[in-house]
Ligand binder design. Structure first.
Ligand SMILES: NC(=O)c1ccc[n+]([C@@H]2O[C@H](COP(=O)([O-])OP(=O)(O)OC[C@H]3O[C@@H](n4cnc5c(N)ncnc54)[C@H](O)[C@@H]3O)[C@@H](O)[C@H]2O)c1
Length: 422
């Protein structure tokens, strides 16, 4: 069904003459991946540990604004000849190193784009923690820079490498769920003592879904967004900000007159192929952790939280050679688990011991790094490209736009600017 009124729209900057898209970008294979890290806080330190266990990798440089974190990290990995940088601008010197192939960015949200742009300007690939970019301006700058320099610009969205999501995607691509008509995701995480000051400050000043990619990434990969389908438009609403002000006051030890980000934000996205996506964000209220992964298809259903469930219609059971008596009911764990296991990629089995040792949340961050290294070594296109980053991040600003216009529909730009034939 088509809309009768026009959604709000945003500017799509023209692609400069001579600049080409980077769909399926393949770059020179790297025998040894020379990597530098910027941002060595909670997330950066664990990334450095993970990469120090991947074959064919040389950790060349470490950088953090805080020199103590740099020194601590250098001691932990115990490698000699690692070049160390510190201070707010140390990243620029790291990016300028000629002995470096990729810059891995784990800083706070607002510094991601400037560091990534600097790295690509110096001919480096970039991998950026989530959310890689917060605004459409940042997103378009990253796309333009990746297209101009022909460098990879990947967002480090680890949730697409979690077990359930990976297996369900494989099953879907075998046709087991029929046509997927609706998916749901989100990020509900009662953050309590995990708040950083920069994060609460950003929430104070911005409405909209400011942390959308953990929920949205796996859904977009399932739906093949910008491969066989594309976002069309979205609408969003938020509850009042009942809790943020008190959290801010406790963390920052100063009064909070106004807090922009509502406790609960809900978004609905419609795709060009007529599918719907709901996405929610709540980091304020006491409730169980969830990324809300839910898939509704014409021949089956899957959901992950609070515990994994799969329902299949008769035709799908037949295709999988499973007894038809299970049709249209929740599969028992005895039936579901082996089904999921045979749909994990082979590298999960091969890398499992290391992945679980280095990543206490089930290994997904290790699998993400492992795949990035695998593709760089062989010169293959990466699992997530700059347009995935753009699509998964843009909903932050676009949801804020919808909220501020009373839940008006907002068009989602085609970030490939017509290059993806959807
Ligand atoms: N994928 C996940 O599961 C996951 C989990 C937690 C955090 N994250 C993401 O990781 C990123 C970092 O989060 P964190 O919790 O590690 O934050 P953090 O505050 O612990 O670490 C950020 C670090 O960046 C450094 N930094 C800031 N500006 C810098 C600059 N200009 N140059 C060099 N260093 C600079 C800070 O000194 C700090 O050490 C964020 O994008 C966050 O959303 C992802």
């Amino acid at each position: 069904m088509k809309m009768n009124s026009q959604p709000l729209s945003t500017i799509i900057p023209n692609r400069k003459r001579g600049q080409q898209d980077v769909l399926q970008l393949a770059t020179e294979p790297l025998d040894r991946i020379r990597i530098g890290f910027v941002g060595l806080g909670y997330r950066g330190q664990s990334a450095v540990k993970r990469w120090s266990h991947i074959d064919g990798v040389e950790i060349v440089a470490l950088c953090d604004a805080n020199i103590d974190f740099v020194n601590q990290c250098a001691v932990v990995i115990g490698k000699e000849n690692v070049i160390l940088f510190s201070g707010q601008d140390g990243y620029a010197r790291l990016c300028a190193l000629s002995s470096l192939d990729i810059v891995y960015i784990c800083t706070d949200w607002q510094s991601h784009t400037k560091i990534a742009l600097c790295a690509m300007e110096h001919g480096k690939h970039v991998a950026i923690e989530v959310p890689a970019a917060l605004s459409l301006t940042d997103i378009w700058q990253l796309i333009d820079k990746a297209e101009q320099t022909r460098r990879h610009c990947m967002m480090l969205e680890n949730s697409v490498y979690d077990y359930f999501e990976t297996a369900i995607r494989q099953l879907y691509h075998r046709g087991i769920f029929g046509n997927v008509v609706h998916v749901e995701g989100g990020y509900t995480h009662f953050m309590t003592d995990q708040w950083t000051t920069w994060r609460i400050e950003y929430n104070r000043t911005h409405c909209g879904d400011v942390y959308p990619t953990h929920g949205l990434g796996p859904l977009c990969q399932l739906l093949d967004i910008h491969r066989t389908d594309r976002f069309d438009y979205l609408v969003a609403m938020q509850s009042d900000a009942y809790t943020g002000g008190a959290v801010y006051q406790r963390l920052m030890d100063k009064p909070c007159e106004e807090f922009s980000n509502g406790d609960e934000t809900t978004m609905l996205i419609r795709t060009l192929c007529g599918k719907t996506i709901t996405l929610s964000h709540n980091v304020m209220n006491p409730r169980p952790y969830s990324r809300g992964y839910k898939v509704v298809g014409t021949q089956g259903y899957a959901s992950k939280y609070p515990h994994p469930q799969v329902v299949l219609a008769e035709g799908s059971l037949q295709q999988l050679q499973l007894p038809l008596e299970f049709a249209n009911q929740v599969l028992s764990n005895d039936v579901m688990e082996p089904l999921l296991q045979v749909h994990y990629p082979t590298y999960f089995g091969e890398q499992q011991a290391l992945a679980h040792k280095l990543d206490p949340r089930g290994g997904m961050s290790f699998y993400m790094d492992y795949r990035l290294a695998y593709c760089l070594h062989r010169g293959l296109p990466l699992d997530m490209d700059v347009y995935d980053m753009a699509e998964w991040c843009c909903v932050s600003e676009l949801s804020a736009l919808s909220i501020s216009h009373g839940a008006m529909p907002v068009s989602v730009p085609d970030f490939t600017r017509g290059a993806a034939q959807v």
